[in-house]
Write a protein that binds this ligand. Structure first.
Ligand code: UD1
Length: 418
């Protein structure tokens, strides 16, 4: 890619990666055909589809219709193999539904993003509270229960997205009431709760820190529209600001991006909320903005690299604090290859804005690091070559054609392997 182009025009945001994968797993809870709409055309949907097929489902991903249909049989296999799970950490989200449906789940311990140690202790403790046993053997988490799970009271140490989803999906068909305190409140959690309720689950407190779940006998399949991807929307918002451009992000929901949009306004952008989207405009060099990542509704860790890129060319210095994934600053070394001035110390990064960056070869190490590098490449003088683009494919569908349409000079040299 060659930097220096102003981006202008409209983009459409599709459904959220971090929601659709969990919705696909939730489909396992009901025998019959579940249809998901507004599904992004990303590699992780293919990987999750393959995982569900191995469990016995028939899965059809219709890219032109942005839909996935999942036919769930009466009897499921309960083993999720390492060859798929290692490619995508989100595979762990089949754990709760499998345990609920089969009273057993053997799930390989996940790999996925290269952004630091990501424990499963809260997932496991939660399931044990619901009456399951869980052991770690030969690289697999082997969970089982004698008959149905039973409701219980769980207080999470930290509002983990994954642990909230695992326990929620295990609890919806447990015997009796489950109360989960200190749950994650991300829009993707609200999305899965709404789908589960449509399937017949009884879940109260949706969108708050406490979920109260009254177990039901069984769930039925539904058609559900995936919530818009706030991280993709936020990435486009930064793209407008960093290129001093003007982008209308259709389908984006401003209420899911409140703090990030406020930060862009502080940086000097104009942000307009539209009936079905957000318009972000910028006509001057951005001002540096401090960032502290926190669970929702705090500033999302998945937009942290993009804001480091913005700060790298901003006027002034910014302190960025990462509270979720310690290794997320690894990408800073790559940004430094473009001339960025970033110093890290533990959870903090000090970014001193430079008037210009200069193109260089760089490597994307995870999805969001890749997005941060693309944004930096858009403003770096000369040519930037980004390796490891398959990481970016995992979270952004049609990124390169969209960038080209908006005025970027970018081409792709190799197709990703599935
Ligand atoms: C999800 C998102 C990811 C996002 C993150 C935080 C998906 C597929 N991924 O990841 O993009 O960055 O939420 O918004 O939805 N932890 C434990 N023990 C546990 C569970 C979590 O220690 O049992 C720690 C993790 O190591 C991490 C932190 O809690 O430091 C946050 O994890 P969590 O909220 O669970 O994130 P994920 O569900 O993995």
């Amino acid at each position: 890619m060659v930097g220096g182009c102003r981006l202008e025009g409209r983009v459409q945001v599709t459904g959220a990666k971090n929601s659709v994968l969990k919705l696909m797993a939730a489909a396992l809870l009901a025998e019959g055909t579940t249809t998901l709409l507004n599904v992004p055309d990303i590699l992780d949907v293919e990987i999750m589809g393959e995982l569900l097929r191995r469990l016995g489902c028939t899965v059809e991903h219709r890219v032109e219709a942005s839909s996935v249909t999942i036919e769930v049989p009466a009897t499921l296999d309960h083993r999720a193999d390492y060859d798929l799970v290692r490619r995508m950490r989100a595979s762990i989200c089949v754990l709760g539904p499998l345990l609920a449906r089969c009273q057993a789940a053997d799930v390989a311990l996940p790999g996925g993003d290269n952004i630091g140690s990501r424990g499963l202790d809260m997932h496991i403790e939660g399931l044990i509270r619901l009456g399951a046993t869980a052991v770690n053997e030969h690289g697999y988490l082997i969970a089982s229960s004698q008959g149905r799970l039973t409701g219980g009271e769980i207080s999470l140490d930290f509002p983990s997205v994954g642990a909230t989803e695992t326990i929620l999906m295990a609890a919806v068909t447990a015997d009796g009431r489950t109360v989960i305190d200190n749950v994650a409140r991300e829009p993707e959690i609200v999305d899965i709760c709404e789908m589960l309720v449509a399937m017949g689950a009884r879940v109260a407190g949706i969108g708050t820190s406490t979920l109260v779940i009254d177990g039901v006998e069984s769930l039925h399949p539904v058609t559900h529209v995936t919530v818009a991807d706030r991280i993709v929307a936020g990435t486009w918002a930064v793209a407008a600001a960093i290129t001093r451009g003007d982008i209308t992000i259709m389908g984006a929901r401003a209420e899911h991006l409140q703090i990030a949009l406020e930060k862009l306004v502080i940086a000097g952008a104009r942000v307009d909320e539209l009936p079905d989207g957000i318009r972000v405009r910028m006509d001057a060099r951005p001002q540096a903005v401090d960032i502290v990542t926190l669970p929702y509704p705090g500033f999302p860790t998945d937009l942290q690299p993009q804001f480091i890129a913005l700060n790298a060319i901003a006027d002034g210095a910014a302190l960025v604090t990462e509270n979720l994934f310690e290794a997320r600053f690894r990408f800073v070394q790559e940004l430094a290859r473009l001339g960025a001035d970033v110093r890290t110390d533990g959870h903090h990064a000090l970014v001193r804005g430079r008037p210009r960056l200069s193109g260089a070869p760089v490597e994307a190490t995870d999805i969001r690091a890749g997005a941060g590098l693309v944004l930096a490449g858009l403003v770096a003088e000369g040519t930037t070559t980004i390796y490891g683009v398959s990481h970016i494919d995992r979270g952004y569908c049609g990124l390169i054609p969209d960038l080209v349409r908006l005025g970027a000079r970018i081409t792709r040299q190799h197709e990703p392997e599935l």
